[in-house]
Design a protein. Structure first.
Length: 526
C-alpha cells in the first residue's frame, strides 16, 4: 500500500502507511493539545500508545512518530444470531456532509460484500453521530407458537350458594363432584408451532414452538389418551375428584344412603365419605378425604368427625352436647355449632351461630349479616369475623386472635425440616432393605417373612411421617408469607361480656360497641 498524506502544513505532516499513522513535527513547540485537536478532527485516527506519543512530542523530535492506526471509514458488526447489522461511521460531520453520495455507495457496497440482502434500513447521514453504532439491517424474528393449554374438571367450589336476593346460603353447597369410570378429568391442547422468520442474509429462521406443560395427576387413578389432536385425561375408577399435594386425583368415595349408627358402626375410610343421613349420637367418622353430612337435621352428640387430609361439611349444623368434636385438615363448613369443638388448620365458616363452642382455626367467618358467636371460646391465628358477639345477658364470649411469632415459627420449620431429612434417609435405607428381602421372598422362613412384614410396615409408617412433616412445613411457610393484619371484626353488635384479645393484648367489654378491632401502635383500638 502506498504512503498517503492525510494532512501537511507548516507544523506537521500526517501520513498513513499500511494502516499505520505517522506524524512528523516541522515546527518547534508543537504540543499535546494540538495532538488532541488532531484526533478530534480526524475520527479515523486511533492513538494506540499515548505515552510514546507524549514522550516524542515533548522531546521536540523531528523524526516521524508513529501515532497509531488509521481505521476504516466505516465498520459493520453483525450480531451472533444474524438478525441485526450495526454500522459505525468514523468520519467527521464535515466529511460526511461533503461526501454524502460516496458514503451511500460505500454503505451499499459494504452490505453487498457481506451478503446482507434482507431487512436493510436507510440512514439519515446528516443526523448521525461519528463513532456511534446504528442498525443498518434487521431480520424478521420468528414468532413463538401458542403454549400448551391445560384444562381440568373443576372441583366443587366449597363456598356458600348465593341466592337471588344476594344472601349466602351456607346450607346448600356443592361439596363433592362425583365421577364414573372413564369420565373426562381434563385435557391438554398441545403447544403450537410458531411462524418462521428470516435473518439479514435472507435465510429462514425456524419457528419457535410454544411452551409445553404436563398434566398433573395421580397415575393410579387417571390415565392419558389421545383424542382428536388433544391429550385427554380420564378416570380409571369411580369416585370423587380431589387434589393431593397439587396433583389431581380420583379419590375413593363411600356413600352412606342413611345414617351412620348401629347398622354401619364407626367408619374409618381412605377416601371421601358422603352421609345422606346423619351421624348418630356416640358414633364417629374418620376419613382421609372430604366428609359431607347432608341431613337437614344435622349432627346430634356424635363423638368425632375427622378428615385427615380434606374438608368437613355439615349441612344441618351441630348439637354437640359437649361431646362432639369436628376436625379438618383444611376447612370446616357448618350451619351452626352448638356446644361442640371445631378444629381446622385453615378456615371455619359458620352460617348461623356458634353457641358455647370451642373453636380453633386460622380464620373464623360467621355470617357477617346475622351470624352470632355466643359464649365459648374462639381462637384463630389471623382473623375472626361475625355480625354479633355475646348477648344481652352478658354471657362471657372469648374471641382470641393469636397472630404468629415469626422467629419461633421459622425455628420450628427448620427443626421439622431436619427431622424430615433424617426420616427421608431412613426411608431410603428401609426401601433398599425391602428390595433386598423381596428377592428371597418365595423361599423365606416364617421368621424371615415376619421380618419382611415388619420392615414394610416401618417403611410405610416412615413415609407417612415424612408426608405429614412436609405438609406442616408448607403450612408454616404459608403463614410466614401472609401479611400480619390480624383483626377481630364485629359488624353489628359486640355485647358486654365479650373478651377481645389480639396477641397478648386483651379487653373485656363493659358496654355495647362494634367495629374492626386490631393493634394500633401496640395497643388494642377498643
Amino acid at each position: 500500500m502506498q504512503v498517503m498524506i492525510i494532512i501537511e502544513n507548516d507544523e506537521i505532516i500526517l501520513s498513513t502507511d499500511n494502516g499505520r499513522v505517522f506524524m512528523t513535527i516541522k515546527k518547534e513547540r508543537y504540543n499535546l493539545k494540538k495532538v488532541d485537536e488532531l484526533t478530534r478532527n480526524h475520527p479515523r485516527l486511533k492513538i494506540l500508545d499515548f505515552m510514546a506519543v507524549k514522550k516524542a512530542v515533548e522531546s521536540g523530535s523531528h523524526e516521524p512518530i508513529e501515532l497509531g492506526a488509521w481505521i476504516d471509514s466505516m465498520e459493520l458488526e453483525i450480531s451472533s444470531d444474524k438478525m441485526q447489522a450495526f454500522l459505525t461511521i468514523y468520519e467527521s460531520p464535515k466529511f460526511i456532509q461533503d461526501n454524502l453520495e460516496n458514503l451511500q455507495m460505500n454503505i451499499h457496497k459494504l452490505l453487498q460484500d457481506n451478503h446482507i440482502i434482507f431487512g436493510q434500513r436507510s440512514l439519515d447521514l446528516m443526523s448521525i453521530k461519528t463513532g456511534k453504532s446504528y442498525i443498518i439491517a434487521e431480520g424478521l424474528p420468528p414468532e413463538k407458537g401458542a403454549n400448551a393449554k391445560i384444562t381440568y374438571l373443576q372441583q366443587a367450589e366449597k363456598t356458600p350458594v348465593i341466592n337471588d336476593d344476594g344472601k349466602a346460603d351456607y346450607f346448600d353447597m356443592n361439596f363433592l363432584v362425583e365421577i364414573s369410570e372413564g369420565s373426562w378429568l381434563g385435557e391438554k391442547i398441545p403447544a403450537q408451532q410458531g411462524v418462521p422468520g428470516k435473518n439479514i442474509f435472507g435465510e429462514i429462521v425456524p419457528p419457535i414452538m410454544g411452551d409445553d406443560s404436563l398434566l398433573k395427576y395421580d397415575t393410579k387413578s387417571a390415565y392419558e389418551v389421545e383424542e382428536e389432536g388433544k391429550t385427554v385425561l380420564r378416570s380409571k375408577t369411580k369416585g370423587v375428584i380431589g387434589e393431593l399435594n397439587g396433583v389431581l386425583t380420583v379419590q375413593k368415595h363411600l356413600v352412606i344412603d342413611g345414617d351412620v349408627g348401629l347398622e354401619t358402626g364407626n367408619l374409618k375410610f381412605d377416601g371421601s365419605i358422603q352421609v345422606k343421613g346423619t351421624v348418630m349420637a356416640g358414633y364417629s367418622i374418620i376419613a382421609s378425604g372430604d366428609i359431607s353430612i347432608d341431613s337437614n337435621e344435622g349432627v346430634h352428640a356424635a363423638e368425632l368427625i375427622k378428615s385427615t387430609e380434606g374438608d368437613v361439611f355439615i349441612k344441618g349444623g351441630i348439637f354437640g352436647k359437649g361431646i362432639t368434636t369436628i376436625e379438618a385438615h383444611q376447612n370446616i363448613f357448618v350451619k351452626h355449632a352448638n356446644e361442640c369443638t371445631l378444629e381446622a388448620k385453615d378456615t371455619i365458616q359458620i352460617g348461623s351461630y356458634s353457641l358455647g363452642a370451642t373453636i380453633f382455626c386460622d380464620k373464623l367467618v360467621v355470617d357477617e349479616r346475622k351470624g352470632k358467636i355466643i359464649g365459648g371460646k374462639a381462637i384463630a391465628i389471623n382473623s375472626i369475623s361475625t355480625a354479633y358477639s355475646g348477648n344481652n345477658s352478658e354471657r362471657k364470649t372469648e374471641l382470641i386472635v393469636q397472630g404468629i411469632d415469626r422467629k419461633i415459627l421459622t425455628e420450628n420449620a427448620k427443626t421439622k425440616a431436619q427431622e424430615m431429612m433424617k426420616l427421608q434417609e431412613e426411608t431410603t435405607k428401609l426401601n433398599f432393605s425391602l428390595s433386598q428381602l423381596n428377592q428371597f421372598k418365595s423361599s423365606m422362613s416364617v421368621q424371615q417373612v415376619a421380618l419382611y412384614e415388619q420392615t414394610k410396615q416401618k417403611y410405610n409408617e416412615t413415609k407417612r411421617k415424612v408426608k405429614e412433616l412436609d405438609e406442616e412445613i408448607q403450612r408454616i411457610l404459608k403463614m410466614l408469607r401472609q401479611t400480619s393484619d390480624y383483626f377481630i371484626d364485629i359488624k353489628r353488635e359486640a355485647n358486654p361480656g365479650t373478651v377481645i384479645q389480639i396477641g397478648n393484648k386483651s379487653s373485656y367489654l363493659t358496654k355495647q360497641t362494634k367495629g374492626k378491632f386490631k393493634l394500633e401502635n401496640g395497643e388494642l383500638n377498643v
